[in-house]
Design a protein around this ligand. Sequence first.
Ligand code: ZN
Ligand code: ZN
Length: 156
Amino acid sequence: MLTTEEMCRKFRALGLKVTPQRRFIFQVLEGNPHHPSAEAVYAEVRAFIPEISLATVYNTLRELVDLGELRELNLGDGKSHYDPDLSNHQHLVCVRCHAVADVTCDIGGLTLTPEQSRGYRLLGTDVTFYGLCPACQQQADWPGQALHLWGVSPAA
Ligand SMILES: [Zn+2]
Ligand SMILES: [Zn+2]
């Protein structure tokens, strides 16, 4: 993602308004390594700008995703998460506590045959690694009921 000042210039150049709320959202996202949800961004901005609405946060995040300045991620907790780091990297996600870490590995050979791609022009792939973090492996409620979704037998 661009810096806050560059993003303000880009928004103005596109005829989009740069309000103090939007500027603060850019600031919260700039260099943010935590892959926050919209709700987490909202909580952080609201501490400084109490009158901001969740709708403003959603709309601004949507605009940033549409402009290609922000990656939208599914970490399996039912919310979208946002990553301003546009470098080529993958994510390692805990299926129990939804902790997320950046990882870089070579997935360059992953593609579809012409039959499999059904006439789509392929743009890229999005690989997520799911697992149990070290802390969650110690919890009594695991192995959980959903492990078969990952091809793991519950007795394992
Ligand atoms: Zn965990
Ligand atoms: Zn990331």
